[in-house]
Design a protein around this ligand. Sequence first.
Ligand SMILES: Nc1ncnc2c1ncn2[C@@H]1O[C@H](COP(=O)(O)OP(=O)(O)OP(=O)(O)O)[C@@H](O)[C@H]1O
Ligand SMILES: [Mg+2]
Length: 277
Amino acid sequence: MDIPPSDDAWALRFVDAGRRVEMDGETRWLLRGVGGRVQAGTAVAVIGPSGAGKSTLLSLCNLMQTPDAGEVHVFGREVRDWDVRSLRRRVGLVMQQPVMLPGTVRDNLVAAARLHGAPEPDVSAILSEVGLPPELAERPARDLSGGQKQRIALARTLVNRPDILLLDEATSALDRESAAIVEALVMRRVREQGLTAVWVTHDLEQARRIGDEIWLVAEGCVVERGPAAQVLAAPRTAWGRRFLLGTAAEEADGAPAGRDEGMLAHGTEHREEGTRG
Ligand SMILES: Nc1ncnc2c1ncn2[C@@H]1O[C@H](COP(=O)(O)OP(=O)(O)OP(=O)(O)O)[C@@H](O)[C@H]1O
Ligand SMILES: [Mg+2]
């Protein structure tokens, strides 16, 4: 069933949510004790070290993965109570490594719309919106560059007019100018059309620009959550201070990744934080 946006102001609500894998006979929690709410029409920037569980967190919101513990509510309804296709139309995901369908760019956009019963897309207009030339429509989608694929993946999601947009490092392969176009497009929809965005990014400046709130994920928990300015300027947990100060120092040095080193041996502070609703 397809339900209209409810009066529920919370586009997303995590209640002690978790996801685990079984490996070599052992249980490993990729995410655990996640609580938190995302108000409809706002943008949350999700930051955190590599391997922390950010993509896993997004995947629970549209049933790309099913929670193994707790609940995830979308507009007041638990994800498992949704019809999956309706859920995925309402909650669009732009994946970290987007997969192009066979055929041209146009085929990709039309197929996405058809899958969800959306009207035939204006391909030139949507390409222009994501900063791509109209000629690209007839190119095989799989031949595009990584940055072009990212933008086609975004365009493909937007043709279904989702109410919630999950972006997994959606501008990471883009040059600054293209990233700015994508960022402006998404944020215009948030500010003017009430779109809710949950945006995983490694770029703290981007997080500051787009995030009404910032969530910091570390070792499978949301360890900090709050208004962007507060989280970035005055993180409350040891995790937050280490990650944010460590990242700032690395960026100033121009040093590459490895920002999660030294993050993984902490105590319980983040677990308590993670379960707060
Ligand atoms: N199906 C799976 N089986 C085993 N381990 C997995 C599986 N999926 C993810 N993981 C592990 O879970 C952890 C969290 O993965 P996730 O992709 O959510 O991290 P991330 O924060 O998005 O990292 P990155 O910033 O590198 O994209 C990682 O250590 C990853 O290797
Ligand atoms: Mg990821």
